[in-house]
Design a binder for this molecule. Sequence first.
Ligand code: AMP
Ligand code: ZN
Ligand code: ZN
Length: 390
Amino acid sequence: MRVRRRNPDRVDEVTGPLDVAALLAHLEVNPTTVLVILDGNLVTSATVLSDEADVEIRPVISGGAGPSRCHDCRGPAVIEEPRHRSAWCGEHFVDHVHRQIRKAIDHDRMFSYNDRILLAVSGGKDSLALWDALLTMGYGADGLYIGLGIGGYSKRSGRVCAEFAAKRGVELITVDLQEAYGYTTPSGSQASGRTTCGVCGLSKRYVFNRVAVEGGYDVVVTGHNLDDEAAVLLNNVLHWHEDFLARQRPLLPATGPNQVRKAKPLYRLSEREMAAYCVLRGIDYVVEECPLVDGNTGQEHKETLSALEAGSPGAKAQFLFGFLDRAEQLFPRRDDATAVALGECQTCGMPTTAAVCAFCKQRTRILVDLQGDPTGPAAAARQLPIVSTS
Ligand code: AMP
Ligand code: ZN
Ligand code: ZN
C-alpha cells in the first residue's frame, strides 16, 4: 500500500494487508498523535488496510511536526510518555520524576524533612534512582543493602550500592544474610523447601524492619514502582486475596511497638521512567534481573499489563490508582481494635501475632536442615551485626 505522511512530506510503500495499529507500530508512529485517513474517511486501529490501499497519516498535534518537543520548554524531547501524553527534554523529565515523587510523599503523608529515613537499596534502577531523587529533593536518607548470597548477582549489587554511597558521601548499612542469620536465599530455599522468592521476601521485610527499629529510623522506604504495584494488585484481584488487598497501600503505618512505617514513593512512576531517570542522571545500576525470579508470576503479570498498556496508554495507572482511591472503602485496613493484638516474638523480640515470628520459624527450619542446629550463629543474638560503610 501507499502511505503518505505530512510535515515533512514523504511516501512509503508498505506490504498489506495490515490493520491500522500494526501499520503505525511498523512505522513507529504514536497512534495518539495522528489521524489515519483512507479514501477521505477516518479509520480506527482495527481497520484492515489492503495491499492496494492509499493511506494518509496526518499529524494532529500543533507544532507536532518533526521530533517531539518538551512539554515544559518546547526544546527537543528525549523521552515520550504516552500515559501523560507528554514528552520532555532531559532536564524537565528529571523534574517530572521529582514532581511525581513529591505528589506521592505529600498525598500519602509518607514522611517529612525531619524524619530519619531508611531506604532499602537493591542496586537496581528503582531504589538507586529514588535515593538520588530524595537526596536531590533535600531529604536525608541512609541506605540499607541486604546481601542475599545470590552469587555474582549479589556481589555486583552490593558493589554498585557501595559505590553510589561513597560518591554521594551518604551512609550505607549492609547486612549479609549468611553472616547475620546463617543462610542465603538459595541455601535457605533448598533447606526449607520454600520458593526462593518466598524465603527472600520474608527475610528482606524482616531485616528492613529490624534494622530500622534498632537504628531509630522513622520510616522504611522501598523502590516499588507503578509496574510492581499494578502486578501485585492484579495477582491479589485474580485470587481475591482480600487480606492482601487490605494491606496494599503506598504507606503502611506502624501498628505497634518495634514496627516502623513503610512507604513506596515511586508508586506513581513506571519501570521505564525509572530506567530513563538513571540514564539521564548518570546512575550506574545493575541491569540484569535476579537470576532466581525466572518465570515467576509477578513477571508474567507485568507482561500482561504491559500488553494492555500498549493498546491503551494509562491503563496500568488507572488500574492501580483507581484501586487506591477506593481501597479504604472496599478493603478497609484491619489493624485497629478488631485486629489481632501484636505481641513480641519469644526468639527475637520483633512484633508477631504468634509466639514465634514467621521469620524465626522459617530460620529455625532452615538451620535444622543446614546444620542440624536451630541455635545457629546469631539465633540468640538480639543485636544485629551491622556493617556500616559511609
Ligand atoms: P524487588 O522485590 O526486587 O522488586 O525490590 C523491591 C524493592 O525492595 C527495591 O526497590 C528495594 O527498595 C528493596 N530491595 C530489594 N532487594 C533488596 C536488597 N537486596 N537489599 C535492600 N533492599 C532491597
Ligand atoms: Zn524541557
Ligand atoms: Zn522472631
